[in-house]
Design a protein around this ligand. Structure first.
Ligand SMILES: C[S@@+](CC[C@H](N)C(=O)[O-])C[C@H]1O[C@@H](n2cnc3c(N)ncnc32)[C@H](O)[C@@H]1O
Length: 359
């Protein structure tokens, strides 16, 4: 049965993440679980600097889509270290909320936060970032920082394509086989693409499947409402933004734009679309390569960690790079442990981006 991508993602991802038997890092690797945690530590240093300039009695940080809690722990550990280094007390004034739609995942995060000694500084919140209306769970709280690592690429998205100056929708079957239905003259009411999506599609390269992460856009706008004055929201995820991201033949691109990990479906984040959808609602955002962002706070250039033993990670420059761009695109964001090919690397690039949204 061919159905819109969003329907499969909604169904499969909810089942996958809600199961107590799911072990996410058995199925894929993320930057959050890297033992050095250079990304989350860079983010903590960024926040520490912001907090020092925005003096408050208490700071509140919200993370959505927390997985095992590793992203939270690296962040809090770095805040503490930075306090010690510069004689500040930002850590003790920071409360960290871990939000996820999966009670099973929250339980795992809670256990690991307890082990790391961070329970006192944190709380848990069951929150569905894909819900059509903002969840009441957070409606009476404001945050100085909202952070998400590899959440939005898991939220339901529609897939479009342009061929011969016409646009169409891509439908998928259970095995992820794709079928394109070109648009009839009149837009179908259930076409899943609105005016902005249609217009963007007409500017995208022809024959490439283009995801429109509509639930992600709505979710980001909802979360933005929870930002305190001068607060920021930072999104780290895998996707595309630059012209050179399309340096792949459409056949490879189309085959790898949606990926399956242990029964869960992930799709690239279309940062161009997100920036437009946010701008349409008056929300300012900026996008940069994630590695560029991390190295601004790492005290020097970073490379991609080649080992991938315990997560995706960066290493201080001079370390070994990871893999070539085409391999990476074929692996797609989260990396499967057995998906390495070892072929020549022509450009060190991980296709991860950082998007910042201001209050
Ligand atoms: C790919 S994992 C990333 C986990 C962690 N941030 C990391 O990078 O290792 C996605 C996380 O988002 C959560 N998630 C997925 N869909 C969600 C939704 N609709 N609302 C809230 N959390 C969601 C999952 O339960 C899981 O914890």
């Amino acid at each position: 049965m061919f159905r819109p991508l969003s329907k499969w993602m909604e169904e499969k991802n909810s089942r996958y993440y809600q199961s107590p038997d799911t072990s996410i890092h058995g199925d894929f690797l993320t930057y959050a679980q890297s033992p050095e945690g250079l990304l989350t530590r860079a983010h903590a240093l960024d926040f520490h600097g912001w907090a020092a300039k925005n003096e408050k009695d208490g700071y509140s940080v919200l993370e959505v889509g927390v997985g095992t809690g590793a992203f939270a722990q690296g962040f809090l550990a770095q805040l503490k270290e930075q306090d010690e280094k510069c004689g500040a007390d930002i850590f003790s004034r920071t409360h960290y909320t871990l939000a996820d739609f999966s009670p099973a995942m929250l339980k795992k995060a809670q256990d690991s936060m307890a082990k790391a000694g961070f329970l006192k500084n944190s709380s848990l919140c069951e929150y569905d970032a894909g819900a059509p209306i903002p969840e009441p769970a957070l409606s009476d709280q404001m945050f100085d920082l909202i952070r998400c690592n590899e959440l939005f690429s898991d939220l339901p998205a529609e897939m479009g394509v342009r061929r011969n100056a016409r646009t169409g929708l891509v439908y998928y079957d259970e095995k992820m086989a794709a079928r394109v239905e070109m648009k009839a003259k009149e837009r179908r009411p259930d076409s899943g693409l609105g005016e902005m999506e249609e217009s963007l599609l007409s500017h995208m390269p022809a024959n490439y499947f283009i995801p429109f992460n509509k639930t992600a856009a709505r979710s980001i706008l909802n979360l933005r409402e929870r930002l305190a004055r001068h607060g920021r929201m930072d999104i780290f995820d895998y996707g595309f933004y630059r012209r050179e991201d399309f340096d792949l033949p459409p056949s490879i691109w189309n085959d790898t734009i949606v990926r399956e990990y242990g029964g869960q479906w992930t799709v690239d984040l279309n940062f161009i679309y997100l920036a437009c959808a946010l701008a349409e609602k008056g929300a300012r955002s900026a996008v940069e390569e994630q590695k560029e962002y991390a190295q601004r706070f790492a005290g020097g250039p970073l490379g991609l960690d080649e080992s991938e033993k315990e997560g995706l990670g960066y290493v201080k420059a001079g370390g070994r790079g990871r893999k070539n761009a085409a391999d990476k695109k074929a692996d797609g964001g989260k990396s499967m442990e057995d998906a390495k090919t070892g072929s020549e690397r022509y450009r060190e690039d991980d296709f991860f981006y950082h998007m910042r949204i201001e209050a």
